[in-house]
Design a protein around this ligand. Structure first.
Ligand code: B12
Length: 278
């Protein structure tokens, strides 16, 4: 499974930009959580009661009584250096490269990768479904910002792939400039351990109090020592100006250009800054 997905990322034509003459993503990190991990139930209070469990996903996809345990596969896709480098130069909005990543690397490639993995498992004669492609998947607006009913970052945390940061971003061993995807299956795969002391353990500011670079990188002051203002972030990241910039850059207006300034030119851009931190 790990080799199948590594080969897909390496060889898929969707992970290649003719405009940028390079891939969107480098080799993925792939880990597993048990579908019965109690953390998935806890997410109903941490995120909200609507956040689905792996059991609910399997039963909604394949019918009641079909759940018999299994695993959640979570994948970190590190963003290729040329795209990160281009965004490092930016001060006010996403680079053209980051905007292209948002349409083609995010919307198109992530979906293709989820389909590739679910098809592979189904062809083994087992159950598999990607929550983000389910007909019930959705994002709800709340007073503090949008919340989805399947959070790829929380799933990655459950699979031991890293932790959250001050700005809510997920910091993996390949850093914060990443994208995430997941698939639930009835295959029993070996669960990976969670080693971080807290859910923000990989963030230098949260753990050691000596960073905060993402606060100064944010072009709309949506990040402070108190955390991340999701509504201010959302208005900028997916607002009208972002849509226009996406289209001008050669992407699709409906995807927006994203931003990612808090994910580039920061100590956690492409590594876990707490590894070897004094
Ligand atoms: C809605 C959404 C947004 C919203 C709201 C973000 C948010 N913080 O929730 C807005 C529009 C602001 C947004 C912006 C961006 N997004 Co967005 N977004 C999503 C989406 C669709 C759902 C996120 C969600 O529902 N989160 C649930 C809420 C509850 O999470 P939260 O508030 O962050 O969680 C906090 C608490 O739960 C808390 N917590 C409290 N107690 C505890 C205890 C435990 C044990 C744990 C684990 C956690 C916990 O920890 C968290 C951090 O404080 C996901 C895709 C998906 N379905 O997962 C992409 C996703 C999160 N976005 C992503 C990206 C890349 C971006 C942008 C960089 C834009 C861009 N593409 O250029 C910015 C970055 C903003 C930022 N600093 O996080 C990536 C994340 C990459 C990463 N390294 O984290 C995702 C996963 C998409 C993907 N497939 O890769 N996004």
């Amino acid at each position: 499974m790990i080799e199948v997905m590594k080969a897909f990322v390496k060889e898929s034509p969707l992970n290649w930009s003719d405009v940028l003459q390079g891939p969107y993503y480098d080799e993925p990190i792939i880990q597993f959580a048990s579908a019965d991990d109690p953390l998935f139930e806890e997410y109903k209070s941490i995120i909200g009661p609507g956040h689905a469990t792996p059991k609910e996903l399997i039963e909604r996809s394949f019918g009641s009584g079909t759940y018999n345990g299994g695993s959640v596969i979570s994948i970190v896709l590190p963003i290729h250096e040329s795209i990160r480098k281009a965004n490092r130069q930016q001060k006010e909005r996403a680079s053209r490269e980051w905007a292209l990543l948002r349409t083609f690397g995010d919307e198109y490639f992530l979906k293709a990768a989820r389909i590739h993995l679910t098809d592979y498992i189904i062809n083994l004669g087992r159950l598999a479904a990607a929550p983000l492609d389910a007909d019930w998947y959705g994002i709800t607006s709340t007073d503090t910002g949008p919340i989805s009913n399947w959070s790829e970052r929380h799933v990655a945390y459950a699979a031991g792939l890293g932790t959250f940061s001050l700005n809510d971003g997920f910091i993996s061993e390949k850093g914060i400039a990443i994208r995430l995807l997941s698939v639930v299956t009835d295959l029993q795969l070996p669960s990976d351990p969670r080693s971080a002391a807290t859910h923000t353990g990989n963030c230098l500011l949260c753990s050691k109090g000596n960073c905060g670079v993402c606060i100064t990188r944010c072009p709309v002051q949506a990040i402070s020592k108190n955390g991340h203002d999701k509504i201010a972030c959302m208005k900028f990241v997916y607002g009208q100006g972002s849509r226009e910039w996406a289209a001008q850059s050669g992407g699709e207006a409906t995807s927006g250009a994203g931003c990612g300034l808090c994910q580039t030119k920061v100590p956690c851009e492409s590594r876990n800054p707490m590894r070897n931190a004094k």
